[in-house]
Design a protein around this ligand. Structure first.
Ligand SMILES: [Zn+2]
Ligand SMILES: [Zn+2]
Length: 151
């Protein structure tokens, strides 16, 4: 999943920007957000495989939940996994989201549900490559439905 490199600290009276920074274990900056086996959000270092459940705010010391670093406003994770970040497919889905879904409550609810479920699907694709073609076929149907008609 996409990751924010800095978030606003939710601590009472703090509200400062907290950077994710480098991995304390290996010094790389190669984070991704994952859901662990228990369904909790964690930040994982792709270089050395350690994961963090939360990040400590250096200003006020409060713990910032790993889920806060998930980039929920990013593009469609599943399409990004299948086609790549800058692909036309992702652009179509992104504009559909912003044009048709964002303006109404039902649409936003759908986005929220989708963004909760999408990381599970992406992990499944990464783990079981056989799923990739099937999910791509489904996504292609959605893209055909939502793409702006050429008039
Ligand atoms: Zn590391
Ligand atoms: Zn703070």
């Amino acid at each position: 999943m996409g990751i924010k490199t800095s978030v606003t600290c939710p601590g009472a009276g703090c509200g400062r920007q907290v950077d994710l920074g480098k991995c304390p274990n290996c010094g790389h900056q190669n984070w991704r957000t994952y859901m662990d086996q228990n369904g909790s959000d964690v930040i994982k270092c792709e270089s050395c495989d350690i994961s963090l459940g939360s990040v400590k705010c250096p200003h006020c010391g409060c713990k910032i939940d790993a889920a806060k670093f998930g980039n929920w406003t990013g593009p469609c994770f599943i399409a990004t996994e299948l086609y790549g970040y800058n692909s036309p497919q992702v652009a179509i889905l992104r504009s559909w989201r912003d044009r048709s879904l964002m303006p109404n409550y039902g649409g936003r609810l759908f986005i929220e549900t989708y963004y909760r479920g999408a990381p599970t699907v992406v992990r499944a694709i990464q783990r079981f490559p056989i799923l990739r073609d099937r999910i791509r076929a489904l996504v292609e149907i959605v893209i055909r439905i939502v793409s702006p008609r050429n008039t």
